[in-house]
Design a protein. Structure first.
Length: 184
């Protein structure tokens, strides 16, 4: 890590534990852990308008697909999904590419980084009807916190992914969290 990457030691340790567990888990295949981006890629992306707070996360984990309906984008994927920031006719949401950056999808609803403050926002309860939401919910104070507090927390992930109790033991992300020693 360089001084340009202010990722926490907790994020680094968590991602290292997940990568180690994944390497030892050939039966866990239904999600992906991205690699990392280098400083040159990050600098070029920042010059193109990608928020530094997203790039700092990508320096440690460049995308993660926790299951079929829960994903934080890699840099490349995020660049392809910025159309979700464009205003939607008749939507009360304050959509704006100048104010928001789409960093993921959960249950067909985009997850945004607020460019000004770095908070993670979304209308996840609405799912695919997210443009009809009255407002965005505050999901976390940063992409790192969203990952650590929502996606690495088994109960929060289970709630976000809409996994009922009968399917908990079959979910590969939950299996990986257990094998990495992150399930509590």
């Amino acid at each position: 890590m360089t001084s340009a990457s202010p990722a926490s030691s907790r994020l680094i340790a968590t991602v290292d534990a997940l990568r180690t567990a994944l390497a030892e888990s050939p039966d866990v295949l239904s999600f992906t852990l991205g690699g990392t981006i280098d400083e040159e890629t990050a600098a070029a992306a920042e010059a193109d308008g990608v928020p530094r707070k997203f790039l700092d996360f990508c320096r440690v984990l460049n995308g993660v697909g926790c299951g079929p309906s829960v994903q934080l984008f890699s840099l490349r994927e995020a660049e392809e999904h910025q159309f979700y920031c464009e205003p939607v006719v008749d939507s009360p949401l304050p959509l704006s590419p100048e104010k928001l950056y789409c960093v993921g999808m959960i249950q067909e609803a985009p997850v945004y980084l607020d460019r000004a403050g770095g908070d993670v926002l979304g209308a996840l309860e609405e799912g695919p009807d997210w443009p009809d939401a009255e407002r965005f919910d505050h999901l976390a104070p940063s992409v790192e916190a969203f990952f650590l507090e929502r996606l690495v927390d088994p109960a929060e992930y289970q709630r976000l992914a809409l996994i009922d109790d009968e399917l908990v033991e079959y979910d590969d992300w939950l299996k990986l969290l257990r094998r990495a020693g992150l399930s509590g």
